[in-house]
Write a protein that binds this ligand. Structure first.
Ligand code: NAD
Length: 354
């Protein structure tokens, strides 16, 4: 049994990782999360009763408390997902992105390094620091047949992606300079259950159910490579437990779709799965509204995920169609999760956490 410290474990992907570990492996987890607006303890309620689960409300910029958490739980592995993650917010207010994504990653690396240095030989050899990052560090692709590879040079476009690129560089420097056993993954856009409704897919589903406009940036021709979040959680666990130290793996779903196609797919699924529409709405797709494009908006992201398939035997189980169907069904069945997010009451919920 491993002891895994998951930062950002109350967020969208972090909570999927925690549910995967607790429900699908013998390992134990301690979640370290500040609980910003994006952290939701309701997403951890399916595992809150497990003896192998613990939660610590901690800011990754708080070194003294991180040191205490490392001493108390003595993790074999850190999976670092805590971040400010929303590109639009990074354009309106970059400061929190610099603080958490850069200073926070630095602070966590230092806490991990000091803890790791003081470990005995066996613990030291087994320890891993897995940094979870994004394909947005590569900038965007203009050609239709090109892909991001692990060797693609970094060219971030937004404050979010620049802060994630900085954190990737710090992680590599801590490996090279101090020997901290690090691994990095860069993943494409995720979607699935428990996704905060400021992001395209949950926003579209919930706005459509409420009869509100479905905003699409510009002409909606931007292409993203979509990965079902539970496929990502499996890939992350595989890398953290079986990846070679110093490695980088791109993770993607082989599911390139234009944003407008994503919104149209959701509308078509809702026509089938939720045919009783809000008053005054005859067709969900009539709610689609084009809005001003995001400044610096990247045109296309697409991942070449052959390395993780070849070296670690991982490939996605969901197609875009099957994953989207599961996702729409999940939102239709889980109003008890998203209603408190929409009205803000989720921030005061602590569902049975120790
Ligand atoms: P999210 O915004 O849903 O969750 C982030 C979590 O981090 C929240 O629980 C939040 O409370 C916590 N957090 C924020 N600042 C913190 C701090 N200072 N200290 C401790 N906790 C803090 O994000 P997500 O979508 O789950 O993304 C997780 C990671 O995966 C991020 O590092 C992101 O860059 C990366 N990533 C995301 C995607 C995607 O499509 N969502 C794709 C590739 C990579």
């Amino acid at each position: 049994m491993k002891r895994i410290l998951v930062t950002g474990g109350a967020g969208f992907i972090g909570s999927a990782v925690v549910r995967h570990i607790i429900n699908g492996t013998p390992d134990a987890v301690v979640v370290v999360d500040k609980l910003t607006y994006a952290g939701n303890l309701m997403s951890l309620s399916p595992v809150a009763d497990s003896d192998r689960f613990a939660f610590e409300q901690v800011d990754i910029c708080d070194r003294a408390t991180l040191d205490r958490v490392f001493q108390r739980y003595r993790p074999d592995c850190v999976m670092h997902l805590a971040a400010e993650s929303h590109v639009d917010r990074s354009i309106d207010g970059p400061a929190a992105f610099i603080e958490t994504n850069i200073v926070g990653t630095y602070t966590l690396l230092e806490a991990a390094r000091v803890y790791w240095n003081a470990c005995g030989a066996e613990e030291k050899a087994a320890f891993r620091f897995h940094h979870i990052s994004t394909d947005e560090v590569y900038g965007d692709l203009r050609g239709g047949d090109d892909f991001f590879r692990e060797t693609t040079p970094y060219a971030p476009s937004s404050p979010y992606s620049a802060s994630k690129a900085s954190s990737d560089h710090l992680v590599r420097a801590w490996l090279r300079t101090y020997g901290l056993p690090t691994l990095i993954t860069n993943c494409s856009n995720n979607y699935g259950p428990y996704h905060f409704p400021e992001k395209l897919i949950p926003l579209t589903i919930l706005n459509a159910l409420a009869g509100k406009p479905l905003p699409v940036y510009g002409n909606g021709q931007q292409i993203r490579d979509w990965l079902y979040v539970e496929d990502h959680a499996r890939a992350l666990y595989r890398v953290a437990t079986s990846g070679t130290v110093g490695g980088t793996w791109n993770i993607g779903g082989h599911n390139e779709r234009k944003n407008i196609e994503v919104v149209e797919t959701i509308c078509a699924l809702l026509e089938e799965l939720a045919p009783e529409k809000p008053q005054g709405v005859t067709q969900y797709r009539s709610l689609i509204t084009h809005v001003d494009d995001r400044p610096g908006h990247d045109l296309r992201y697409a991942i070449d995920a052959t390395r993780i398939a070849r070296e670690l035997g991982w490939s996605p189980e969901e197609t875009f169609e099957s994953g989207m169907r599961k996702t729409v069904r999940w939102y239709l069945a889980n109003e008890a999760w998203w209603r408190p997010v929409l009205d803000g009451s989720y921030r005061s919920e602590r569902p049975g956490l120790k």
